[in-house]
Each structure stands twice: as C-alpha cells, then as structure tokens.
Design a protein around this ligand. Sequence first.
Ligand code: KMT
Ligand code: NI
Length: 180
Amino acid sequence: MRAYYYDNVPGDQRLPHDYSPSRPVSQETLKALNVEHWVIPVDGHLPKIDAIAKEKGYKNRDMINVSKEGMGEIYEEKIKTFFQEHMHEDEEIRYILSGTGFFDVRETPTDEWIRLAVEPGDLIVIPPGIYHRFTLDEANKIQAMRLFQDEPKWIPYNRSKETDMNPHRIDYLKRVGVGA
Ligand code: KMT
Ligand code: NI
C-alpha cells in the first residue's frame, strides 16, 4: 500500500492524484490518525486473517466485488456513494483479495486528503469517526473481504454539521489528540 497526499486537482477520481513530486505519508502519520494497516500475502491468508479477527473481535465477514460485472445495476450509484465523504460509527475493515483501488482518509487537523493505494494483501482498518471515501482506480475492479465487529451495519453518514457533532466523531478527535 502506498500512502500520499491527494493533489485536489479537479478531474477523474480514478486517476492517482499524486502531487509531482509525490508527497508520501508515513506509517507513523497513519498510526497517529488511528488508521491501521497490515500486509498479509493472499496465498495462505485465511489462518492469519482468522487470528487477527479473533484478537480484534471481528465476528462477521463477507465479500464485496466492486466492478461493473460484480455489481450490475447498482454499480454507478454505489461508486457515487463510496466517494461521498462520510464517517461510520463502526470500524471499516477491508482485506484486499484482488484488484486495486483508493481509500482517501482526512488528516486531522489539516483536513488534507491522504490517498491509500491498496492492492492484494492489504488489510486496512478505518476507525469510527474518521472522514473518508473510496474509489476504484483506472483498472475498475477490486475484490475485498469486509470484516465486522457486529452486524454489518456501518451506515455511511455524509459529512455535515451533524456528523461534526456525532459522539463517535468527537471521540475520534479526542483519541487522535484534537478537540476537547
Ligand atoms: C466501502 O464501504 O467504501 C467499500 O466497501 C468500498 C469497497 S471495499 C474495497
Ligand atoms: Ni466508509
């Protein structure tokens, strides 16, 4: 997984949007934002995923195939929803099995976008309360395992004045050392 600041140049969300020269983001910066990341090779991944799931209490899982073929009619709408800046009250846990894509997470307090270019073997945990979004890249397909602590509810709450006051948002800001 490569992590770098998003250039904010208008245009196709599927393009890399890397500054030139690139502005890489370190593992420490991601850690400070409470974004967790592991690399687990896809070959023989199951026992390792099981162990992490057990340790962290991820009781449920399913598969998602984001591609025109995989989603059919709801594809275009889903692509739009995924890319709307939002937060959840639960962790968003994704293990990439094939394909590639971009998760963008908001850095606090700068409010800059950090782009996470994920590939097979990446396991990422996007914490509750962080603003984020997802897009496919130009290859247009990704297959991932979604893991859940409880029921797969993780409703997306689009960023607004209300979400700025959501207890999970406020809690997140406290955990990363910003806010009251
Ligand atoms: C989400 O919730 O944004 C997604 O599941 C995106 C696709 S997972 C690679
Ligand atoms: Ni999300």
